[in-house]
Structure formats: structure tokens, C-alpha cells
Design a protein around this ligand. Sequence first.
Ligand code: HEM
Length: 494
Amino acid sequence: MPTISTKDYVLDQARRRITTSPFLTLPGMGWVEKKLLDYPWPQHPWAEPPAGSNLKPVMGDGGLPIISHMIEMFRGGPDFWLHLYRTRGPMVLMDSPIIPSVAALGPDAAQAIYSNRNKDFSQQGWVPAIGPFFKRGLMLLDFDEHMFHRRIMQEAFVRSRLAGYVEHIDTVVSKVVAEDWVADDPRFLLYPAMKELTLDIASMVFMGHEPGTDKELVTKVNRAFTITTRAGNAIIRTSVPPFTWWRGLKAREYLEQYFEQRVRERRGKEGSDLLTVLCQTEDEDGNKFSDEDIVNHMIFLMMAAHDTSTSTATTMSHYLAANPEWQQRCRDESDRLGDGPLDIEALEKLESLDLVMNESIRLVSPVQWAMRQTVRDTELLGYYLPKGTNVIAYPGMNHRLEEIYPEPYKFDPDRFAEPRSEHKKHRYAFTPFGGGAHKCIGMVFGQLEIKTIMHRLLRRYRLELPRPGYQARYDYGGMPVPIDGMPIVLRPLH
Ligand code: HEM
């Protein structure tokens, strides 16, 4: 059983303090946040509506110079947006110098944006945030071209293909959870361990490397991938060596070379990893992906799958540690399955885990917002949005509305079960996987992966909080990240 050395632990803690946003760690920031929330920022319109249109202008402000409202956003996440929704209504201008945008809050706004009936909203809203690193990924394509690519990719996510991925996922998870994770140690940090596990899974399931093989190459690819993913959060948003944006572009180049080589190797071969499957898949009319398409899709898929699954499995473990009765209920179902190999049918029987997953991603939604851009002058909820406006829907906030979810901060998975089914009060009240044409194509894949991890974990360990009353805190700068790495104590069951 591996252990954690005190030296490594101290170094890791120090690194964590340096790399976490100072908005969260500097003393006195809670006081600053409160002052900023109460400050009466002078409001101005984003654009004047055309005369006689009866539309309202979206009003807002730029907040502080340069950093705009980053302090409140990074610290409060969905609670900051909830504050704006309650005090200013559903449409709020965030006139930040980095990405000026209009926040469209509440389930009605989500419905209009996701269903996109008149094709007013394009995915180009994502480009200023992640475009250079994930160019031509499925989520960044629009309308007919998007549909064309999605139909081909859909073939890689049909049930028979998913069955193949589950087998690989289970092989990696069983090994890592049993051999690499440290028991009985309150210094064990679940979030980085989970991140490593989901990368190990991706190396096999996405890229086709057998566990333990091609170690040096896989490590390099994973490192490049991590750098690319982080680059979107850069403060200096242009390519200046040695800063984050520049490093992200270099890492993207490396990934392109790696995947080009890998596609050449895997074309025409048999295999049940995602890359080989993408080399084979075609839509009903026989359309296939070019080599370049596969490279772009693979880089995006790795990103889309990785931090989302890591975040979900970490949040679930935290809530199960804090709620032993739910932990036992999930374990009882896992015990009925036992330690045999897993398949989709077996995972479907873990129904309490489904409730816990929903409740965990309601409370801490991995993808807090969806970015769009208007392709023409348009209206949303009676407000005027000129062409080229960046618009952000905010499911992470909608998931905390008490008119939909009574006692919204309480962990209460049964709210998703009949007869309560609180999430059904509005069609767009619960959208952790998005909605409409761009709804997450990997939703079932992700759910199966996460349930596999949780099943193996619950069969082996009792999950405990590091101390009574422990509260997790998140950095909401990108996907929510627990700022202390989320310590969880794993108590072996046998
Ligand atoms: C808990 C895990 C996950 C969550 C919460 C999640 C969430 C989301 C959300 C909210 C969107 C929509 C973004 C938008 O509207 O602009 C999305 C899109 C997407 N996701 Fe996921 N995702 C997860 C796992 C995965 C996995 C495992 C994969 C791949 C294996 C994946 C692949 C994608 C792709 C390709 C898209 C773009 C779909 C399109 O534009 O047609 N996701 N995801």
C-alpha cells in the first residue's frame, strides 16, 4: 500500500497555496467580497434598443478596473449570480474588458438559449475563452456543420460501443483504487488522485494505451493535455513566452503531432478505444471523419470528459463522506453486485448512485455556464441583444433556485426521485449536461465511468471527512475546484 511522505505533503500544500487564485487565499478577501457585493456600481446599457421596438436595454457595469467582478465570481460562483438575479433580474451586463458579456439567468433564459429555435445563438461565444486550444472541437462547431460532425460522432457513443469502454474503464479503476490510493491517512487528497485516475482511464479508453505501457509517452501527452486545458484561464490572453497562453498553444501543437501519428497507426485497425472507434465510425450516409477532424475531436473530447468526471466523482465522494446514511444506501446496492466484472446492466442497478450523482452535480455543477454569441440582432426575455453579443446561460445558478429546489443548499438526493421530482418543475431547471443540439454527447459515457469509480470505491473503503464539520470550499474561476484538494479518509472495509 503506498503512503504519503510528510515532505511531499508539505510541498504539495505549499504549491497549492501559491497556485490557488489569490482572490480566495489572501487574508481579508471575504471582507472585500462583501463590500463589492454591496457597492452601488453605476449602471449603463449594453446597447440601446431600436426605437419603437418595446425592447428593454440590458444594463450593467464593468466592476473594478481590469479584473472586473472576478473576485465575486471566483469566490461566490453560482451564489454571486444568484445575488445578481435577485437584485437586478434575469439579464445582466458584465462589461469586463476581457470578455464583455450578458448573463442570461434563470431557467426561462436557459430554455431560449439551449433550444435556440431561430438559430440566433452560436457557439462562437466559447471562442474567446477556449477557442485557440480546442479549435474545431464538436462544441465549437455550429448549425449544419455541427450536425454533420455530431451524426458521425454519435456512432462512437451507441450502447454497443459504450459496453466496450466500460470494460476498459473497470480494468483501470479496479487497479488504481486498490493499489495506488492511500488508506487511513487524512493527508490523502481525493481531487488530485481522482484527476490522475481519470487521466489513466483516458490513456486506455480514449488513446488505446494498455495500462503500464508507453509510460513516458503517456505522461508527456497527459502533461501537454493538462497545460492546454488550463490555458483558457490565463490572465495574459496572448501568446507571450513563457506565460500560460503561450504554453497552452505549444502544448496543443504537441497534442496535434501525437494524435496525427496515433491516427496513422490506428486507421483500418480493430480496437474498442475511442480513437480507433472514431477512425471507423461513419453516419448513415457513409460520411467519415478526416484525419484532421479526428485530431481536433480527440483533443476536445479529452478536455470535455476529464475535469467534468473528476469534479463529479470528487463531489459525490465528499457528500457521501458527509452523509453516512446515503453512503450505506449506495454501498448496500454495490454489495448486491459484488466484485465481479462490471457491465452496463450491472451499473444500471445502482439507482441510489444516480440520485446522489444528480444531487452532487446540482449542488456543484462541473460546467457552471454555457457561452454563446448572437449571430444577428435579437431579443431574449424582452431585452435587446445586438449581433455579436456574448451571452452566458448559467445552469450552475439555476440549480440553486429555492422556488425549484426547496432548501437548495441541503444535500437531499431524494428530491430527484418520484413523487418529488423537483427538477421536473421546469423543462430547463436541471441542465448539468446542457440541452438542445449541443447537449453533452458523452453524458452516458460519463455517468458509467463515474458509477464504476464510485462502485469500486464503496466496495473497498468507508469514506470519512478529514474532521467533523469539514466544509469544502471551491474556486469558481473555471470548473469548480476544491481549493484544499478535498481531503477524504479512506478506511479499508476488509
Ligand atoms: C459529468 C460529466 C460531464 C458533464 C457535467 C458534462 C457537461 C457538458 C455540458 C454542459 C455540455 C454542453 C456545453 C454547451 O452547451 O455549450 C457538454 C458538451 C459536450 N460534452 Fe460533456 N460533460 C460531461 C462528460 C463528458 C464526457 C465523458 C464526454 C466524452 C466522452 C463529453 C463530451 C462532450 C462533447 C463532445 C460536448 C459537445 C457536444 C456538442 O456540442 O454537440 N462530456 N458537456
